[in-house]
Design a protein around this ligand. Structure first.
Ligand SMILES: Nc1ncnc2c1ncn2[C@@H]1O[C@H](COP(=O)(O)OP(=O)(O)OP(=O)(O)O)[C@@H](O)[C@H]1O
Ligand SMILES: [Mg+2]
Length: 490
């Protein structure tokens, strides 16, 4: 057989790649995925209208790349999609950096700092276009070229400080054809998008530290679509779905009825499209939100279920089954998962619509926020301090050390002596009575926190009574309410 080598025509391929359907915000998120995979702790997006020649820089302090790795990174199709990836890797196709960048700009420059050196490479699409027969010419930047890119002093001098990291620079932006105000509006959409898509990276979550993300030096605040900080959000206890031995975490939440949150909060969590639109599944791949507000055609979006959002966590090992796309913006549950999800729907729907209909009806009447929880899994029973108890959750957000402390406390529970006492001296085992003074002190702490969340009146006292220790001493707590003149449902 005879063969002909037929490489793609660079200028036409690139032009087609430019229209795979990224928006500015999804493109930026795709580049940020790489920074997260590179274990960055600080990610900064810088942008400037620059008098009509706007630029955007995505800057990280991740592990950076040496010259060879950088060249490979610039290649279209730098890794095979079937290659096994580390569990925390957000990539899959070896394309994102290029396709995302080309969708927004004509000049992609990447500088990377690694082992005390900086390397730079650039794809200039105008140049490729103007010299089609010269093929895929990747520009090598020398130190003069690098110095000349003086867009913003803030990100170009890492190497002097011995840091590692990567700067992705977009110039010749398509947005240049619009106006400055349009550019700024687009960047504010970017801010909202990133706050949502990466909200779980912006706070510490088990085993991983929070990452700081900034947009023109202003910190991104996490936008948790489930409003978990608010006590009026209800969680439905659901069983995890197990498929081929892999556990799929599914958590259903019912957002607070508008009578239970401040107007501001209600609007914030409705997001720009409103509650009806935003009901549905929220799928996270390695804690990064990839799809939201769809019921995967299992049920229709209805007014009655508008407050329901269901969180699904998937690992990157299932990418094929979920048919993840390059933009990480579409995925479809495999048939087995669909079937299981379908069985959960009636329960979720009933619970959700009862909140919508009868405001204030409680889904779970028992206490919602115990201090200790009993976890039975894999043939083991463990007692854990409830991380989502409002006070624990708040403190965990403030300090990472608390997490280690809690683990230590849990692991060092004096089981043997406790069981000995339980068997031999049950009467002497004090039941940890809280004094009135202490109870009042705790109560003040909770009242302060819940008021900050916008609760007042019966909702405020109701929220308190759902938490331990108050749920265990209802009458005594109510007495203190009386003393403080706080109303409650008797
Ligand atoms: N900020 C960065 N820091 C370190 N390495 C990076 C960075 N950005 C890209 N890379 C390297 O370049 C490679 C190519 O990135 P690209 O986004 O094109 O593909 P990918 O992340 O592997 O997969 P996907 O197409 O799914 O995003 C990465 O696999 C990584 O090795
Ligand atoms: Mg990528």
């Amino acid at each position: 057989v005879e063969f002909e080598i037929l490489p793609p025509n660079p200028s036409s391929l690139v032009a087609s790649l430019r229209s795979v359907g990224y928006s500015l915000e999804t493109a930026i998120a795709d580049v940020i995925d790489n920074s997260i995979t590179a274990q960055a702790h600080n990610i900064s997006v810088w942008y400037s209208w620059n008098e009509g020649s706007p630029w955007i820089v995505l800057d990280d302090d991740g592990h950076g790349m040496g010259p060879e790795t950088l060249v490979e990174a610039m290649r279209l199709g730098s890794k095979h999609p079937n290659e096994k990836r580390e569990a925390r890797d957000l990539g899959r196709f070896g394309l994102g950096l290029k396709t995302a960048s080309f969708s927004q700009c004509n000049q992609l420059t990447v500088l990377s700092y690694w082992a005390g050196h900086v390397s730079g490479r650039e794809w200039d699409l105008a140049q490729i276009d103007s010299e089609p027969d010269k093929g895929w010419r990747l520009k090598i930047l020398d130190s003069f070229d690098i110095e000349r890119i003086s867009l913003n002093d803030k990100f170009l001098h890492k190497v002097l400080n011995g840091f590692s990291g990567t700067s992705v620079i977009w110039r010749n932006l398509d947005l240049a054809s619009g106006s400055e105000s349009n550019f700024n509006e687009c960047m504010s959409v970017v801010r909202n998008h990133l706050s949502l898509v990466f909200h779980r990276y912006l706070v510490s979550e088990k085993g991983s530290k929070a990452i700081s993300m900034k947009l023109n030096n202003i910190k991104l605040e996490p936008h948790d679509p489930f409003n978990l900080k608010n006590l009026a959000t209800r969680e439905l206890p659901l069983q995890p779905i197990v498929i081929d031995g892999q556990k799929l975490k599914v958590e259903a939440y019912i957002l607070p009825h508008h009578s239970k949150v401040s107007k501001e909060d209600y609007e914030k969590f409705g997001m720009s499209e409103g509650y009806s639109q935003n009901q549905g599944f929220y799928v996270y791949r390695n804690r990064r939100l990839i799809i939201r507000n769809t019921w995967f055609r299992l049920v229709r979006k209805e007014q009655l279920t508008k407050l329901i959002r269901v969180k699904i966590d998937i690992p990157n090992t299932l990418d094929k089954h979920w048919r993840i796309d390059v933009k990480k913006s579409t995925a479809n549950p495999p048939e087995a998962v669909r079937a299981k999800l379908k069985t959960l729907m009636p329960e979720i729907r009933t619970a959700g619509s009862s909140v919508y209909r009868a405001k204030g009806s409680r889904i779970k009447t028992k206490e919602l926020h115990p201090i200790w929880t009993r976890v039975a899994a894999n043939g083991k029973i463990e007692y854990e301090i409830n991380r989502s108890h409002p006070l624990t959750a708040k403190l965990l957000e403030e300090t990472n050390d608390l997490k280690s402390l809690l683990k230590m406390i849990e692991a060092s529970f004096p089981k043997d002596t406790y069981f000995f006492d339980l068997a031999n001296n049950p009467k002497e085992l004090s039941s940890n009575n809280i004094s009135d003074a202490n109870l009042e002190e705790y109560l003040d702490l909770f009242l302060g926190e819940f008021k900050l969340q916008g609760l007042n009146g019966n909702e405020l006292s109701g929220a308190v009574l759902e938490c331990q220790p108050f749920s265990k001493v209802l009458e005594r707590t109510k007495k203190i309410f009386d003393k403080k003149g706080i109303i409650y449902e008797s």
